[in-house]
Design a protein around this ligand. Structure first.
Ligand code: NAP
Length: 492
């Protein structure tokens, strides 16, 4: 920045800068706009909206949360064609929200934010192209699952064929008739493995940990029901409420692992049914931890794909990748033409390399050196008017993140209202209240299935601490975020 003449720097002053235009960024924009806070800009690094639903275009990409709940309460979509929508439909839905709420002219595409600095009164938000936005408040809506994790496997760079991550699917790589290796068996892989298996000559699936998989109650929503939702919006509200209530009832199980036995029985029955004729394969794909410890997966075609004669599940540890294949610890070189990494995301890296400087020049990365933590997953002491969407400990294993995002927008609006009513500039959370909140969260997580279920997941950091999950009911989170508690914050 030092070498850029001041007159050429693109500078914009706004009240609120929103970073990211996925579900979180768009929810914030709609709610702020609706509350009369129209002086806002959305900074989006890509060329279109949608966040994770824009980036993940792998074959079979779909949501594992029911469409009526995985959408904004303020923008119901009577047109959902399936109980669990697929990626193109969700992406189109987000585009439609932008049009419906006339947000497009507020979005600046190609703006990858690299730094945010608080100067005592405003944030200076700098993008990679050198442009600057000065804002009283920043809403950070990039989500925790947007930086693909490339595994540290020796030789991966030397592979001569196409090798790509599921979140950056290479649609130019024709996998038809090819020998394909897939690394990983998480929520993404179980969706694209059956699709790749349909066209590949062979598929070798490298499984480090077998996931629990339940049948997915996914079906088309009949046209008559869609018409009903158009004609009687209350019917769709009811459908949403029913799904939400059913999901909410699962929380008690996650907090007390012994209660997960019921769900585990369903998953075991699914394994028994599917692999009755393949005990060898069943043994390989049967998990060795309590269900729920990692995200519970849902699929109707994953297990069937694994049984296909040209699909091989390899559980030997990968030791290296060569120019022509993947070598495992037993010395076998699995020769393949393409490698697909379903290896998840870099979670727990805080702001993913963005330099965030708060009061007194303190860096958020330093505050988070021991792991990300916040107050209600939304604010961080020392970083006034910075609102994190889907911040630490707001993740769910049982319900819709869109519900959590909407809860956070209420907190955001109330915080700004409080600041304005008191003629202040910003709201800064008190460190002692933030610490008390985190102590409470960690206490509630003790003994939960995520901590004691016998697995290692991306929910836990390297110290085994869970900085990811909200350990309770979503309704509890909604109640706590509806209004701010003034005593937990100070006005700047
Ligand atoms: P993930 O759940 O983190 O799975 C990554 C997979 O890669 C795991 O099986 C992991 O094995 C394996 N892996 C990682 N590094 C490896 C290595 N070096 N060698 C061998 N295997 C390795 O990632 P994901 O499937 O992309 O899903 C991430 C999250 O995205 C999900 O938990 C979910 O929250 C979200 N998601 C949601 C949906 C949806 O429908 N809503 C769909 C896709 C993703 P280990 O299990 O042994 O670590």
């Amino acid at each position: 920045m030092e070498n850029v003449p001041v007159e050429t720097v693109d500078v914009q002053d706004v009240d609120v800068a929103i970073v990211g235009s996925g579900f979180a960024g768009l929810a914030a924009a709609v709610r702020l706009d609706g509350a009369g806070r129209r002086d806002l800009v959305v900074l989006e690094k890509g060329t279109s909206v949608g966040g994770t639903w824009r980036d993940n275009t792998y074959p079979g990409c779909a949501c594992d949360v029911q469409s009526h709940l995985y959408s904004f309460s303020f923008a119901p979509n009577p047109e959902w064609t399936r109980t669990f929508a697929r990626q193109p439909e969700i992406r189109a839905y987000l585009e439609s929200v932008v049009d419906r709420y006339r947000l497009r002219d507020r979005i600046r595409f190609g703006r990858e934010v690299v730094a945010c600095e608080w100067d005592g009164a405003r944030w200076t938000v700098t993008s990679a192209d050198g442009s600057v936005v000065r804002a009283r408040a920043v809403v950070w809506g990039t989500g925790p699952l947007h930086l693909p994790a490339t595994p540290d496997i020796p030789g991966l760079d030397e592979f001569t064929g196409p090798a790509f991550h599921s979140a950056r699917w290479d649609h130019d790589a024709d996998l038809a008739g090819k020998r394909v290796a897939v690394i990983g068996t998480g929520a993404s892989a179980i969706q694209f493995v059956p699709q790749v298996a349909k066209e590949a000559a062979s598929l070798t699936l490298f499984q480090r940990t077998a996931p629990w998989v339940l049948p997915k109650p996914d079906r088309p929503i009949p046209a008559v029901l869609r018409r009903l939702f158009w004609a009687v919006p209350a019917a769709q509200k009811l459908a949403r409420a029913l799904v939400w209530t059913r999901n909410e009832m699962l929380v008690a199980g996650f907090l007390k692992p012994s209660r997960m036995a019921v769900i585990e029985r369903v998953a075991r029955a699914y394994l028994d049914r599917t692999f009755a004729d393949r005990p060898d394969l069943k043994a390989k794909v049967t998990p060795d931890f309590t269900i729920g410890c990692k995200r519970i997966l849902m699929s109707n075609d994953y297990y069937a794909a694994l049984k296909a004669p040209h699909v091989d599940v390899v559980t030997e540890k990968i030791v290296r990748v060569t120019g022509t294949g993947v070598q495992t610890a037993d010395g076998v070189l699995h020769e393949v033409d393409a490698i697909v990494l379903g290896t998840g995301f870099r979670v727990g890296e805080g702001m993913g390399g963005v330099r965030v400087t708060g009061r007194d020049g303190v860096l958020l990365d330093d505050v988070w050196a021991d792991g990300p933590h916040a107050y209600l997953g939304t604010t961080v002491a020392g970083f006034p008017n910075l609102f994190l969407m889907i911040g630490p400990n707001t993740g769910l294993g049982h319900s819709s993140m869109v519900y959590m995002i909407e809860s956070q927008t209420s907190f955001l609006l109330d915080a700004l209202r409080h600041v304005d009513e008191h003629g202040a500039t910003a709201l800064d959370t008190r460190r002692d209240r933030q610490d008390a909140f985190n102590a409470e969260i960690q206490r509630r997580l003790e003994g939960s299935v995520w901590s004691s279920g016998g697995c290692r997941s991306w929910y836990l950091d390297e110290h085994g601490r869970n900085r990811t999950i909200w350990p309770g009911y979503t309704v509890d989170y909604r109640r706590r975020t509806r209004r701010i508690t003034p005593a937990d914050h100070e006005l700047v």
